[in-house]
Design a protein around this ligand. Structure first.
Ligand code: AMP
Ligand code: MG
Length: 322
């Protein structure tokens, strides 16, 4: 068996696909990886808030007008609204005015005033997204409102990559789009990131087979001021970085897009409400508290282990039943 890895930048992250294959199918693997790269670059062109010509930028710039959109843009936004509804607004793709105000990962250490937060919050409301079908069109009710798909686009793209591989009869692969991971084929070990350290250093490994596995953490984009960490996941209700005692959440299920949205939801709602969601969507999860305590759902008990550095550590198992 041979192995091929393709990596490229898009969606504000590094995306990689690793395929294990039989030599006789090499031409098909090369083709499929090209098709995936083209698809993800196209998604970036459609969805990026940083590209002026993207459909999202057009929607954000238009006041009230509906913009004709590609089916992918439509699908992601329609799904995002569903996640907003099921989370009581904890997930909200219109948080951009708040993210922009905080500028986490951009301006440096800027803490907005209550007044500024209050003003930005007026523009945040997923119910102001106007969705029209046949042909697909999207708009925003108030000028000043803005959509940002940063919390769901990578998951959507990873699911698309899987679809392309499956269509081409490629069954052994690992897709990793900036923390939105899909494992296909035989059981594989996936590193679970340490929320204390820089991206890329795992605290443990999880054995997974044919699953999507997505992590959201407070280490991705943040700054620390006066001992307080300000990170990129915003609670739309307070306008502040979510502070529910979680520093990282990993969810294991079948759709990377669903997990990408729900990790954000769990981060905002906290562990108790998060466990109810896991139950409802039949997902397993690994929670890391701010104090670095690790909680894993029962179904992962024999599948998770700490790596050397944390050998003496212990985790607690939890039931999803609340
Ligand atoms: P993720 O990396 O999947 O955790 O998504 C975080 C990104 O989603 C942030 O960088 C923001 O662009 C956006 N975001 C922040 N807070 C929310 C929220 N409450 N709902 C939806 N998207 C959010
Ligand atoms: Mg997410």
């Amino acid at each position: 068996m041979k192995r091929m890895k393709k990596s490229f930048r898009a969606l504000g992250t590094i995306n990689s696909i690793t395929v294990t294959y039989d030599e006789a199918t090499e031409y098909k693997v090369i083709d499929s990886l090209e098709v995936i790269k083209a698809k993800v670059l196209k998604l970036d062109d459609l969805l990026s808030v940083f590209k002026e010509t993207s459909e999202i930028s057009q929607i954000n710039a238009a006041s009230k007008d509906l913009i004709h959109v590609h089916q992918d843009t439509y699908n992601i936004i329609a799904k995002s609204i569903e996640y907003s509804e099921i989370s009581g607004g904890a997930f909200d793709i219109t948080t951009r005015p708040l993210s922009k105000l905080w500028g986490i990962g951009k301006k440096g250490e800027y803490i907005p005033s209550e007044h500024e937060i209050c003003e930005a919050k007026c523009f945040v409301n997923f119910e102001d997204i106007i969705v029209a079908e046949k042909p697909a069109r999207i708009g925003l009710r108030k000028s000043g409102q803005a959509i940002d798909l940063g919390s769901i686009a990578k998951g959507y793209a990873a699911d698309e990559a899987k679809r392309i591989l499956v269509e081409n009869n490629i069954s052994e692969a690992v897709i990793n789009f900036g923390g939105s991971v899909i494992v296909m084929g035989d059981e594989k070990k996936v590193g679970i990131q340490n929320s204390e350290k820089r991206t890329g250093i795992p605290m443990g490994v999880l054995k997974v087979k044919d699953k999507a596995i997505v992590t959201s953490g407070w280490y991705e984009r943040y700054f620390i001021k006066d001992g307080q960490r300000y990170h990129h996941i915003i609670d739309p209700r307070t306008g502040m970085p979510a502070d529910t005692g979680i520093s990282s959440i990993t969810l294991i299920g079948s759709s990377a897009m669903e997990l990408d949205a729900l990790t954000t939801v769990v981060f905002v709602l906290g562990m108790e409400a998060g466990l109810q969601l896991l139950e409802r969507y039949q997902l397993e999860g690994i929670f890391v508290s701010k104090e670095q305590n690790v909680f894993i759902t029962k179904g992962l008990k024999d599948k998770f282990e700490f790596i050397k550095e944390k050998e003496s550590s212990e985790y607690e198992t939890i039931n999803t039943k609340s």
